[in-house]
Design a protein around this ligand. Sequence first.
Ligand code: SAH
Length: 402
Amino acid sequence: MGDDMKQHIKLIVKPTFIKNLKAGYPLIMEDAIQNKNDVVKEGSIIELVDENSRFIAKGYYGIQNKGRGWVLSRNQQEEFNQMFFDLKLQKAIAHRSSLFNDPNTTAFRVFNGEGDGIGGFTIDFFEGYYVISWYSEGIYQFKDLIIAALNKQMDVKGLYEKKRFASKGMYVDDNDFIFGQEAPSPLIVKENGMNFAVYLNDGAMVGIFLDQRDVRKTIRNKYSSGKTVLNTFSYTGAFSVAAALGGSIKTTSVDLANRSKSKTIEQFSVNAIDFEAQDIIVEDVFNYFKYAVRKELKFDLVILDPPSFARSKKHTFSAGKDYPELLQQAIAITEKNGIIVASSNCSTFSMEKFKGFIDKAFKATKGKYKIHEEFSLPQDFKTIEEFKEGNYLKVVFVEKLV
Ligand code: SAH
């Protein structure tokens, strides 16, 4: 549907939000809207205006957590037609040209929402196949234009979609396959020469988090040789694979989810690593920490990558509140001069605050530490200055000195 056929709506922005929106802030927060009780159809074209009807910006309406849509332009005349989407996609693809040309990496992000100029959806590339994630019903109204733009520019072997609508970005369980050839299950992709098995049609998560590519490479190349490695919240064990390929003595992967065991065995196997020489443990990480302390186990490299929020039988973990305590438990089972890889994808706090958590944890254990390196999102997860919260990833390599 072209925007000529869509409902056009004016939303009045509260005075305190105008400056930010003019300066390039792309998200239309629910709280910023004066007439927020007006009924607006998902996918409507909206004009943001001040109380005197003066134009601020335009975009589309789509409910996504506390957002009510995204700014797409600050030019009142701009139309969100095929050409608009073609140009945005073209620019995004050009930004990833070195990845498209790299035979050792065949899985990465091609379009990163607001970072590439259109909030509300992402496109990932996996060995010739593409996966689009839609974060609101609003952006889904532009589906045909977006898919047409992708098809014009790329040779799409097969296309999948993840509908993560609803208010909290919940995944809508559906058949994800849209057109083309169906990808093999598993599909083997490469990342800096490592293999990973992914499943494009098996729920919201495909088996690997692409935003950790640089971290996996760093673990493999610089921190694993001759080391014992504990990978907590290990999911399919991608960090363990990187460590094993980097020459670790042994990896121990711990995750609560039953299926993490077979998934981790599979990731080792597609890399020709003997999984029987590794430990893969299905258990609550917080229980495992207690066990390790009791058995006086210590590790040279400890990887911490918890979800932002998780509830298990005994624990509720919220990264913004509980990360320092999690770190303390990790410090207790890290060797002297060992490294902790502290990672969080929680968008509610900054890198600065995260480093504060690290400092707090070491102080509480009366330990000393040294930060070796830090990572945020990689280049393909493009972000913009004006939207800091879009750069949610924080990874810090910390050495435990004493
Ligand atoms: N580090 C992983 C991604 C982690 S996703 C990677 O790089 O691929 C978060 C994982 O934490 C999920 O697999 C979930 O099953 C697991 N998890 C959540 N709470 C847990 C707990 N209390 N103990 C162990 N695992 C937990």
